[in-house]
Design a protein around this ligand. Structure first.
Ligand code: SAM
Length: 213
């Protein structure tokens, strides 16, 4: 079981399906992406467990269920340009890359961005581009986006990100205080964000000009 195929299947059967993840594309992507390769080798045997894991620099790779639910809420069809804020390990980027046309991912910590870029390249994800910078400013040169995923906790919808989203585009972001948030789906209807709350969650803070200082 060197490829951890059985562990991935168990993750799907025990963590994703019982909690209502049903999009076949999302399930297939998570069955395929080798999550263990996005964490240090000492953590490989815990890579498919039901919790986040440390990835260095005080940051984390999100719990598998959180990756699944955030991805599912974007309702990707394979044709989208997706902006991800918070590349971290690159695992979420790989899952998105299985389901969208192109993924643009921004990470503020250089060492994480570099490591994620290497792993994604080794795995052949040519449709993911990683940039080092303040993701609260988005990535305007590549905008507008069909979907935006924010993987760190923000005080509110970052205005620059909303502006870089297409009409009828969808954003998923944890919004709230720096220690507890509500996972929120934001749709762009004209200039107005339409928000839908999903459930409480805890993410590392989104640090930047339109996030936490
Ligand atoms: N999606 C990641 C994965 O699959 O490993 C998990 C991301 S981790 C929960 C959140 C990431 O957001 C951290 O790597 C952190 O450095 C990054 N981050 C925080 N504020 C940011 C900002 N303003 N711009 C870009 N990245 C940011």
């Amino acid at each position: 079981m060197t490829d951890f195929e059985d562990a991935r299947e168990r993750m799907i059967e025990e963590q994703l399906l019982p909690r209502g993840i049903s999009d076949p594309g999302v399930l297939e992507a998570m069955r395929k992406v080798p999550r263990h390769l996005f964490v240090d080798r000492e953590l490989w045997n815990r890579a498919y467990d039901d919790y986040p894991l440390p990835i260095g620099e005080g940051q984390t790779i999100s719990q598998p269920y959180m990756v699944a639910v955030m991805t599912e809420e974007l309702r990707l069809t394979g044709r989208e340009a997706v902006l991800e804020i918070g590349t971290g390990s690159g695992y979420q980027s790989a899952v998105l890359a299985e389901l969208a046309e192109t993924v643009f991912s921004v990470e503020r910590i250089e060492s994480l961005a570099r490591r994620a870029t290497d792993v994604l390249r080794q795995l052949g994800y040519a449709n993911v581009l990683v940039k080092i910078g303040d993701g609260t400013l988005g990535w305007s040169e590549r905008s507008p986006y069909d979907a935006i995923l924010v993987t760190a906790g923000a005080p509110d919808v970052p205005s620059e990100l909303f502006e870089q989203m297409k009409e009828r585009g969808r954003m998923v972001a944890p919004l709230g205080s720096s220690y507890s948030q509500v996972l929120t789906v934001i749709e762009r209807i004209g200039q107005k964000p339409r928000k839908r709350s999903l459930f409480s969650c805890v993410f590392v803070p989104l640090i930047g000009e339109h996030g936490w200082k």
